[in-house]
Design a protein around this ligand. Structure first.
Ligand SMILES: O=C(O)CCC(=O)C(=O)O
Length: 259
């Protein structure tokens, strides 16, 4: 199953049993923070916690213990073979798909609203077994080859950007069930989705997007070089932060919700 041909590949056992336990404990801790804090002390620096739809942004920068898991050699070796010897972290999120919520993710391609940027590779590391029942990823193998499709936006919904697919294509979709500790690496052009979590347990995953240095942009926060060679460094000259305003609007929206 090659990344080039199918748009994704699976890397087995990137987390040890001990890592999995530790991550679960620490994620519980992170999730409880909102309950014990009346105000997020880091809210000026990062997009806010968003427990309701199960996404917490920038956990690498917020909580150092995630770092190790964004820098796992078997994953970075695979990313390097596709993106080249120098690449940085474009963004990272903890995906916490809780039970009892309407949290299906419609068919989409990642970052399709930013078509001018170069390819990213996304690593999605399963922290719980990801199954059909709890809403594992669903992918359409080979769908990355045609690049970005036309998409439309449904205002007011969390996963607002989506694709219209014909039934023949949807019929080729595959569920990517993964035991905890395995990872899928996929191109951001790959068409994917996930269904609602129908189980009684959360379905947790750590997601990291990596990008080569060409046309370097970072949606928010700080760009973190994951692997780089000295000669490539000057290619970061024009690194732009594209999400400054988006992050601010996000924060204002969140405050308004709290009023
Ligand atoms: O974790 C999910 O359910 C969806 C994740 C996703 O769409 C992504 O990683 O781009």
């Amino acid at each position: 199953m090659s990344l080039e041909e199918n748009g994704y590949t699976i890397v087995r056992n990137v987390l040890s049993a001990q890592d999995i336990e530790l991550l679960r404990e620490r994620i519980d801790h992170v999730l409880k923070l909102e309950k014990v804090l009346s105000k997020d002390p880091l809210q000026e620096h990062f997009p806010p916690y968003r427990f309701d739809n199960g996404v917490i942004h920038d956990v690498y920068q917020r909580f150092g213990f995630f770092r190790k898991y964004a820098e796992l050699d078997p994953i970075l070796d695979c990313v390097e073979s596709a993106l080249g010897r120098s690449f940085y972290m474009y963004d990272n999120t903890l995906l916490y798909k809780p039970r009892d919520k309407e949290n299906e993710v419609p068919w989409h391609q990642d970052y399709m609203s930013r078509p001018k940027e170069s390819q990213k590779l996304i690593t999605w590391i399963a922290i719980d077994d990801a199954t059909k029942e709890n809403g594992c990823l669903k992918v359409i193998p080979g769908s990355h080859r045609a690049g970005f499709r036309d998409w439309y936006r449904v205002r007011g919904e969390t996963h607002h950007d989506r694709l219209k697919l014909d039934s023949e294509e949807v019929g080729r979709a595959e569920y990517v069930e993964l035991p905890a500790g395995d990872a899928i690496i996929f191109s951001n052009y790959l068409v994917h989705s996930s269904e609602q979590n129908m189980s009684n347990e959360p379905r947790r995953a750590f997601r990291i997007a990596y990008k080569g240095l060409d046309n370097a942009k970072v949606p928010r926060g700080v760009p973190i070089l994951i692997r780089h060679h000295l000669e490539d460094y000057s290619r970061l000259d024009n690194l732009e932060q594209v999400g400054k305003w988006r992050a601010m609007i996000h924060r204002i929206g969140r405050r308004l919700q709290q009023i």
